[in-house]
Design a protein around this ligand. Structure first.
Ligand code: SF4
Ligand code: SF4
Length: 426
């Protein structure tokens, strides 16, 4: 058993451990599933549903999430139109029983007045008197956590009762970021800073090493922990259709382009064989196991899900209060062994310094994840179009030194070429 394998097995000990959870009443068998477990969100003291609501654009699905018992709703200034969609549901909510978070970026040297203006606009769009947590959205480096304008604005908003807690979100590097400024470094600095009560961070069964120390620090300082990117598997299944489309088109491609795709295809085919051989055909089973895995960690309070349909929502609500099983662990280990190389780890970026062109590998493959796994197609394409520097078309004429630099065996060039093809579709 490898290191991760040992960790997965060890994680069974997490399941059911005490993290101040409370049981909720059971629903009748015919009713839509209900949230069954609430956990204390660190020093906020709020009892948060173990499964919670991320960036969902359908008002009806958000309302169904609320009616299921979910009570943590995440949004951001950067999510186009999302404040206004969420506002339509907030007006139906028992406001004291829900925890609303939004986020502001702090990367542009904003003044206190600027932050105040943006925060008030967010509150107006949400039609909310207050938000339970206002997060600094993915600061690009640890030093940004000390932004005086941000903290002065938060202090004023807290005094006015319009912000209850301050938090921070983080999911990985950007192309402009110093590779030393990792998620781990930034969030450990945020834990030390003491002003951030809640973290929203990336953590999953394929990418644990950069988060375990953060979760430990959060436990010691009683910081609330919400997770994103908890089930990094849908991209594998969704990329299938893109590969098939590329093959169907039979476009004439230059040899380097073809080689990159070939290496990707080889890994993809091997993974597919593995899936057939190990009875992993149902992606929902892997997703369920992946979510149970993160919820089995005693330092995790809620897993934020971006379910865009009622069926998908019900699928994750059913996981509330359930525990990771031996069979789940076996599936996750098998998936990691057979398909793990097709996942560019969130919050990574290890290979980026090896790229002579400066391609923002992790960022582009995150946008691909938004497109393929989260069904945020239009938004992902917009993000990709707005990358100011080199994009993945640069990978065509390259010997791909990034692939040797990736410790996870990701066929980077092929995945980037597929991402370019997907994210640039007319
Ligand atoms: S390709 Fe590999 S090294 Fe590069 S960012 Fe992704 S997981 Fe990290
Ligand atoms: S294939 Fe070449 S250009 Fe593309 S990310 Fe890798 S090293 Fe950079």
């Amino acid at each position: 058993m490898g290191v991760l394998g040992a960790g997965l097995a060890g994680s069974r000990a997490f399941a059911g451990s005490d993290n101040s959870s409370q049981a909720a009443p059971q629903a009748s068998p015919d009713a839509p599933p209900k949230i069954k477990e609430y956990r204390t969100l660190g020093r906020t003291g709020f009892q948060v549903s173990d499964i919670s609501c991320g960036f969902i654009m359908d008002e009806g699905v958000i309302r169904a999430a609320y009616e299921s018992g979910m009570n943590y709703f995440d949004t951001a200034e950067e999510y186009p139109g999302h404040h206004r969609v969420l506002a339509k549901v907030i007006k139906y909510m028992d406001r004291k029983k829900v925890f609303i978070t939004t986020k502001l970026e702090a990367t542009k040297g904003e003044t206190k007045a600027g932050f105040l203006k943006r925060a008030r606009k967010a509150l107006e769009e949400l039609q909310a008197e207050y938000v339970d947590c206002l997060m600094m959205h993915c600061p690009e480096k640890a030093a940004t956590l000390k932004d005086e304008g941000f903290h002065a604005a938060m202090a004023e908003l807290k005094a006015e009762g319009r912000v209850r807690h301050v938090g921070v979100s983080q999911h990985g590097t950007f192309w402009f970021r110093d590779p030393e400024e990792t998620m781990e470094k930034i969030l450990l600095a945020a834990a030390d800073d003491g002003r951030f009560d809640v973290f929203l961070m990336a953590y999953n069964f394929l990418k644990r090493d950069n988060a375990e120390r953060v979760l430990e620090a959060c436990g010691k300082k009683r910081i609330g922990v919400a997770l994103m990117k908890t089930a990094p598997i849908a991209i594998y299944y969704n990329l299938k259709s893109r590969i098939e489309a590329l093959e169907k088109d039979k476009k004439e491609v230059d040899p380097l382009y073809a080689d990159g795709l070939k290496r990707y295809k080889e890994k993809y085919d091997a993974a597919q064989e593995f899936i057939q051989a190990h009875d992993l055909k149902n992606p929902e089973q892997i997703r369920d196991a992946a979510i149970r895995f993160v919820l089995g960690h005693p330092g995790v309070h809620t897993a934020c899900c971006q379910t865009q349909t009622y069926d998908a929502l019900n699928g994750v609500v059913r996981l509330s209060g359930t525990k990771l099983t031996v069979a789940d662990n076996a599936k996750l280990e098998a998936y990691r062994e057979g398909c793990g190389s097709l996942y560019c780890r969130h919050a990574c970026g290890v290979c980026e310094p090896s790229c002579p062109q400066g391609v923002p590998v992790n960022t582009i493959l995150r946008y691909q994840h938004y497109f393929a796994a989260q069904r945020r197609e239009k938004e992902a394409m917009g993000f990709y179009a707005n990358i100011p520097g080199v994009r993945a078309d640069a990978c065509r004429d390259c010997g791909a030194p990034c692939e040797a630099a990736c410790p996870y065996g990701v066929p980077v060039q092929g995945m980037l070429l597929v991402a370019h093809d997907t994210l640039s579709m007319p």
